[in-house]
Design a protein around this ligand. Sequence first.
Ligand code: ADP
Ligand code: MG
Length: 438
Amino acid sequence: MSVALQGQPLVEVKNLRHLYGKPSDGELLVLDQVNLALGENEIVGLLGRSGSGKSTLLRSIAGLITPTGGEIDFAKNPDGSGPVAVSMVFQSFALFPWLTVQQNVELGLEAKHVPAETRRKRALAAIDLIGLDGFENAYPKELSGGMRQRVGLARALVVDPDILLMDEPFSALDVLTAETLRTDLLDLWCEGRMQIRSILIVTHNIEEAVLMCDRILVFSSNPGRIISEVRVDLPQPRNRQDPRFRILVDDIYTRMTQRTAGDEARRSDGLFPGVGIGMLLPEISTNALAGLMEAVAAEPFGGKADLPELAAALHYEADELFGVAETLQLMRFAEVEGGDIRLSAAARRYVEADTDARKQLFAQHLLAYVPLAAYIRRELDNDADHELPAARIREELEEMMSPGYAEQTIRAVVAWARYAEAFAYDEGAGLFTLENPS
Ligand code: ADP
Ligand code: MG
């Protein structure tokens, strides 16, 4: 499966394994048997769904967390100055609001006890390189999102890392800003203007990966593991309309929807992968779910569609569509496999039904196949006042996922339950109730 590297790897991850939580309250296996190597002069993409453990892997390589098991080996510098250096760019920029651009960039050097004058020179050079000349004394809040991420990039570059780790660096930016920043970064890389020897970029965006990377590692969920590797041999700059580009995107789509043996084993238990009260739910609107069922049911698809074709027809970004399709699969309105989506009989009934019948059908599937929805409903039914504090659910979820994901999961289940009239949520009081439902 693995593509041979040229020469010695700069970093090698071997059999990495990571668990969150304590054995007493149930552990979550996030990474298992992860193996990868970064070679000289390449951009490698790590492509996986939200919650698949990509950030955990990157943080392990950056030394920000200690993985439960496995090894991470760094090559030694030829000049004997120790192992290769690693630096990270975060999705959230992670700037200090009370420091100026220049102070934010210098921060990484202060920790290394670099003298003030050298610090200043190197920071200004990094700021200049990254296109922030003239903004040295600005504060983060005065900058647009794109400029803030440039600061994030300058701060990572100023320490002269050999390896740059990027965790979804463009996903918090609007589409145009993200594209500009990607292009600028690729230009700097192709022209050799950064001293970096290798980049590992995490993304959940297939096109971004094909646009930027020499190699793409496809990451599975539950637990995160590399399931395949794709080499992108197109010259830079790449063109999204190039047929070879489209073929690669389709191919990766197919790989991402392939079921693993583990999935099959879980399915034979009557469960879908990762299902449980602690399953991370995506925020997909019921409009998007209904819209996709209608589109696949209609001509020319007639109940079954090729996902990339469907994405093009509906003007969806590939990855957005993927989230909607997977949610339909979770609720058994569709099967997603080998790059295709096929509607279930229930979905065809849904499409034919009127508004009330649709809501009822959706409620049945929500309560049958989304364990968290069923759990909340059961608690409400059993409570004398038919009330349930949201804080309790949040706490339970936070045992199994990060606070951000817990919040997202609650928002998702609330939106679906509201539509289905399965239960209500009083935001002000922070209570789930049975207000609207009969
Ligand atoms: P990704 O970056 O692919 O979205 P993450 O590595 O952030 O995934 O998270 C993987 C899984 O681990 C998710 O289910 C997430 O909820 C969980 N997780 C992440 N950080 C923590 C943490 N500090 N404590 C407990 N669970 C966590
Ligand atoms: Mg992440």
